[in-house]
Design a protein. Structure first.
Length: 304
């Protein structure tokens, strides 16, 4: 009985230490979540402006392309054809955003499960797939299954900077312009709220789904320097970068929320285990005391 009491006591002490760790990790994740939400919200304001300006300028250039009026931007025509005009789709590129670390509940499994379904569907339709992985979990997962990973980016900070993400953005644009793939999507978990997220696969290239309503908000005259073509030549990469970077920020926010929820659940489970072990300890201790009393009473009776 003594051995049993010691074992239970050790388990209680061990579980309490685990509870303290998970509780601390929950508070850290909650702090990161708050900061990440603020960062993502601020960037969306910038991305919205870039998207509106690009939509306004690109819509006028697409009209010119449709009318076969190429005067004034012949040198930039190759760029417009690459990023604005759809081509026959034979190969699809996917930027998949996962985490480098675990302990985030079902955050990574949700993304990877959806990606396997997408890849399977593409292959059934005769499409080739090229993967670019942000995060070690996704990269290792795809490599383990012999899926083609053309580029990987590991070790992003908890609050990724624009320069960190630009590396994979530049590589993706180069691959697209060299026709390594004909469409590009970014796949990630969208942060809905603290308790939930949803998988998204957003089309990045070609930029063909321009919102006409958004373009209509820019009917006033502009003074453009040096020219609309030169500005659009700069805005198109920024537009693609903003979509990818925004997805990474959104995904990081969802990761922090998932880790906070997972650590909260782990802390609650540890507390429940401690309560159950404490009851078991008290029962075993009571049984031991009762047994000792019985032995003392029995011994006293034997001496009478």
């Amino acid at each position: 009985m003594g051995g049993s009491l010691i074992d239970i006591k050790k388990r209680i002490a061990s579980t309490k230490k685990t509870s303290q760790i998970t509780s601390a990790m929950q508070m850290v994740a909650a702090s990161k979540l708050t900061k990440s939400e603020q960062s993502s919200r601020r960037f969306q304001e910038y991305a919205s402006k870039v998207r509106s300006m690009t939509t306004h300028l690109a819509s006028s250039q697409l009209t010119a392309i449709d009318n076969s009026d190429f005067s004034g931007f012949e040198q930039d025509m190759e760029m417009y054809q690459q990023m604005l005009i759809a081509r026959p789709v034979k190969t699809i590129g996917y930027i998949v955003v996962t985490s480098d670390k675990g302990l985030a509940g079902g955050y990574n499994s949700s993304i990877l499960k959806n990606m396997l379904e997408i890849i399977k569907k593409d292959e059934e339709e005769g499409m080739n797939v090229v993967l670019m992985a942000i995060g070690g979990t996704g990269s290792d997962f795809f490599k383990h299954r012999d899926l083609p990973v053309a580029y990987e980016l590991r070790g992003l900070s908890d609050y990724p900077s624009y320069s960190e993400v630009r590396r994979i953005v530049n590589s993706a644009l180069q691959m697209y312009n060299s026709e390594m793939f004909d469409e590009l999507y970014v796949c990630y978990n969208h942060h809905v709220n603290t308790l939930s997220s949803s998988f998204r696969a957003e089309k990045i290239l070609p930029i063909v789904d321009l919102d006409a309503k958004e373009a209509e908000t820019y009917e006033q005259e502009y003074t453009l320097e040096p020219s609309a073509d030169a500005i659009l030549n700069t805005l198109l990469p920024l537009y693609a970068e903003s979509l990818i970077y925004g997805a990474v920020l959104d995904s990081k926010t969802a990761e922090h929320a998932a880790r906070m929820t997972a650590m909260k659940s782990a802390t609650e489970n540890a507390t429940n285990i401690i309560d159950d072990l404490t009851i078991s300890y008290n029962r075993a201790r009571q049984a031991a005391i009762t047994e000792e009393i019985t032995e003392i009473v029995g011994g006293a009776a034997a001496l009478e």
